[in-house]
Design a protein around this ligand. Structure first.
Ligand SMILES: Nc1ncnc2c1ncn2[C@@H]1O[C@H](COP(=O)(O)OP(=O)(O)OP(=O)(O)O)[C@@H](O)[C@H]1O
Ligand SMILES: [Mg+2]
Length: 502
């Protein structure tokens, strides 16, 4: 019979000490890589100990303890076993605290997995591997998968959130490595983003939304066209309202062509306003786009004629020539133009029995703006419930460089808009969306601007009409004093808007 050799108590203690020291070194290494060590506190402690040694106070302390002779004989031993550990105490205390936090986390995780029945066929729960920050408010925890499919984690998301007191953003699994990662935060995403229009300073910039920690703005100068997708009730029209209001108020020379085929219901707020034209029938859309097509060609010709690369360069050139490009007659021509279409599928799928020939014309005009709009300062903002090839030309879609997607009903539609399944996983909270700008994806809560607030902000710009005036007076009374203040901050003088402040 084989005899198992039991390690002696001292070997066991040595093993434990070494393993603990190794854990401390690992924590310090990780803390350095992730820059999570409180450097100021740790180095302040180190400096304090050095001052103590510099003033020979340690000799007094050893004298008081009666070991000064020993200290004089073997100063190296004191240096290694007393000075170094004490001087590094700040770092050690921090590392030990991290070890404790992780131990506690591992314990809570095991309990949470057991109570939410996340275990494999032999009853084993995932093991904790690491936990590190992704950004200021988000962390990523890595666990062993233990052959538990990712769907099991997803089903138990709410249970895990409650048990661990965290907000989970996403689960990921690497089957080859056998690990599952959980991205989470201790701060919830806001469910309403109270929006202050005055936070936008630049003319062609709009606020796309806020994350847990910051406000995300986008500029039409950098990303010329925008696609907004999502199933009904997500917040597409509300976001359009906010973007149009903000662009309108921030730039006195911006012009808008709004297309609202939902019988004019969504863009009611923007009727009777200078610089905004709203069309509600396919025939009118056709006419409006024909005009825009001509304008696009005119702008292109002028830019070429003046040997400029785009409309901004042309405006800059005119300003240096002391010729104001934004004089009364050509503000429309030199200002930015936004073509906003709510529910694009209505146009592209040809509802209302419109002739195929007319639909083709509209498609072509939109396609040209998508391709050439950036240079001419003409921008497309398209909202649609279905961003597929039938409802949106692939060439147009390829040019819509920014995408904001609210919840999508299924994986296929999420793939269509974002190129991955994330839009189908967005919780159904009005205003909750994903912003894709370039290759970056950011979870956002879009700003909420109510119809009443938008109408009050736009009231000073209304074209005087008896009916419009009555409506406006009614709405002004609904608006708070703070909204009135906002209006003040937003009214640019012509001089300010003329300077190429963008
Ligand atoms: N950012 C937001 N924050 C809070 N609530 C919002 C937000 N956006 C929209 N909502 C709420 O959701 C409701 C539906 O929004 P909206 O009409 O904009 O959706 P939609 O995507 O345009 O829907 P549909 O496709 O049917 O037109 C709004 O009436 C509003 O109450
Ligand atoms: Mg809508």
């Amino acid at each position: 019979m084989k005899k198992t050799i039991k390690p002696s108590k001292s070997t066991e203690a040595l093993g434990k000490t070494l393993s603990f020291l190794w854990k401390i070194i690992k924590e310090l290494f990780q803390g350095t890589v992730e820059n999570t060590i409180p450097w100021l506190w740790c180095f302040s402690w180190l400096a304090l100990i050095n001052v103590f040694v510099y003033l020979d106070l340690e000799v007094m302390a050893f004298k008081w303890a009666g070991i000064e002779k020993l200290y004089e004989k073997t100063p190296e031993i004191f240096f290694i076993f007393i000075y170094l550990p004490i001087a590094a105490l700040g770092f050690i205390v921090w590392a030990v605290k991290q070890i404790k936090i992780k131990k506690e986390l591992a314990r809570r995780l095991t309990n949470a997995f057991l109570s939410s029945k996340i275990k494999n066929y032999i009853g084993k729960v995932p093991n904790f591997i690491s936990d590190y920050p992704v950004d200021e408010h988000t962390r990523k925890m890595t666990l062993t998968s233990e052959s538990i499919p990712i769907e099991t984690f997803k089903i138990q998301k709410k249970h895990l959130e409650a048990a661990l007191m965290i907000y989970i953003d996403e689960f990921k699994q690497d089957i080859e490595k056998g690990i599952t990662s959980i991205q989470y935060s201790h701060i919830p995403m806001p469910e309403i983003f109270d929006y202050n229009l005055s936070s936008v300073k630049s003319k062609c910039t709009y606020v796309a939304g806020c994350t847990r920690s910051k406000i995300i703005s986008q500029s039409f100068k950098n990303s010329p066209h925008l696609l907004i997708g999502g199933q009904t009730g997500g917040g597409k029209s509300t976001l359009l309202r906010q973007i149009i209001t903000s662009l309108y108020l921030n730039d006195d020379n911006a012009h808008f062509q709004l297309v609202d085929l939902k019988e004019g219901l969504e863009f009611q707020t923007f009727k009777n306003l200078k610089r905004i034209n709203v069309v509600e029938t396919l025939t009118d859309v056709n006419l409006a786009l024909e005009k825009l097509d001509v304008e696009l060609k005119d702008r292109m010709e002028k830019i070429k004629e003046e040997k400029c690369k785009d409309i901004d360069a042309l405006i800059a050139k005119k300003l240096t020539e002391k010729e104001s490009p934004l004089s009364k007659n050509n503000t429309q021509f030199f200002g930015r133009k936004y073509i906003v279409i709510d529910e694009a599928a209505e146009i592209f799928l040809g509802g209302g029995g419109e002739k195929l020939e007319n639909i083709q014309k509209v498609r072509k005009a939109i396609s040209r703006i998508a391709r050439l709009g950036r240079a001419c300062g003409m921008h497309l903002i398209i909202a649609t419930q279905r961003p597929d090839v039938k409802a949106l030309d692939p060439q147009v879609k390829a040019n819509l460089t920014s995408i904001i997607s609210f919840q999508m009903p299924n994986l296929a539609s999420s793939m269509t808009i974002l190129g991955n399944g994330k839009a189908a996983q967005i919780p159904f909270i009005p205003g909750r969306a994903i912003l894709r700008s370039g290759n970056k994806l950011v979870d956002i809560q879009t700003p909420f601007l109510s119809i009443e607030e938008a109408e009050a902000l736009l009231a000073p710009h209304r074209i005087e009409e008896e009916s419009a005036a009555t409506k406006v007076t009614k709405n002004i009374s609904k608006v708070s004093i703070s909204e009135a203040k906002k209006q003040k901050t937003l009214t640019f003088t012509e001089e300010e808007s003329l300077g190429a402040a963008e």
